[in-house]
Design a protein around this ligand. Structure first.
Ligand SMILES: C[S@@+](CC[C@H](N)C(=O)[O-])C[C@H]1O[C@@H](n2cnc3c(N)ncnc32)[C@H](O)[C@@H]1O
Length: 257
């Protein structure tokens, strides 16, 4: 078991990029954003003994309109080799076993469901697949179950990588390479999925496009409705093939030239 502190924040969506980069600079172990009455609620996980006063000072300096709603201490199985029964998640009729790392993609979030739905509409058999922001590894596992030939899962947080590696083992999902950053993903891919927040999708746009095979597809999720135009601009060389939405969340499937 491990003790965590969850910091609860409330902000307007224009602050999301700044807040996100401050949280990861500190460093945050897991982060969830969800729409709440026209604003965004954030839950950021830290080690229980992480000095939060400095984080709060930085957030208030860089995003003065943000509201610090409070802190909650919890005890969770440490990700990686957690105790307890794995959770069974059904995605596109496939059963996936996940052992709970906090906030790295439980399958319950609309952004994961939307990405999965876009993947389920195309034939994944034999494709090379890149999962950027793999979290628990849920979409990589799904892609292997749907027939993807070779999967590379990129996840920036060490704890989430450990958790993904355990979930790959639990699901008997071989043939998945784990990488710590996009720069480590070699070669080019038929299909790239990225369920990350829009500021990151935009920042990594060119690097993602550079890894797409000619005529390949990109699935982007984690986009709030107001951010759609800017994300599409960052991926302009691609054609929009399909768009799905759930509440304020949007997801896109794009086709490369
Ligand atoms: C919303 S979760 C998605 C998890 C899972 N793919 C899903 O669909 O449920 C986004 C993940 O992206 C990771 N992430 C954020 N920025 C990243 C980056 N630049 N490179 C790789 N992973 C990143 C986060 O640590 C987090 O685990």
């Amino acid at each position: 078991m491990r003790d965590y502190c969850i910091v609860r924040l409330n902000l307007t969506s224009d602050l999301e990029g700044e807040v996100r980069s401050q949280l990861y600079r500190h460093p945050c172990l897991g982060l969830e954003f969800s729409p709440e009455a026209g604003r965004l609620a954030a839950r950021a996980y830290f080690d229980a003994d992480y000095p939060l006063a400095e984080l709060r000072r930085d957030l208030e300096r860089h995003a003065p309109a943000l509201r610090w709603e409070g802190e909650t201490r919890i005890r969770l199985p440490a990700s990686g080799h957690s105790a307890g029964e794995p959770v069974r998640v059904a995605l596109l009729g496939r059963e996936i076993l996940l052992r709970g790392g906090p906030a790295f993609g439980s399958g319950a979030h609309p952004t994961t469901r939307l990405a999965a739905a876009l993947l389920g509409e195309i034939d994944l058999r034999g494709v090379s697949f890149l999962d950027l922001g793999a979290g628990t590894g849920i979409l990589s596992i799904l892609a292997r179950k749907l027939g993807a030939a070779a999967v590379t899962a990129v996840e920036i947080l060490p704890e989430a990588r450990e958790n993904a590696a355990e979930n790959f083992r639990l699901n008997g999902a071989g043939g998945i390479t784990l990488a710590a950053e996009l720069g480590e993903a070699e070669g080019s891919y038929d299909l790239i999925v990225a369920n990350i927040l829009s500021p990151t999708l935009i920042a990594l746009g060119d690097a993602i496009l550079a890894r797409l095979k000619p005529g390949g597809r990109i699935v982007l999720s984690g986009i709030l409705s107001g951010e759609l135009a800017e994300v599409l601009r960052a991926f302009r060389p691609c054609a929009l093939e399909r768009r799905l939405e759930e509440a304020e969340w949007r997801a896109l499937r794009l086709r490369g030239r």
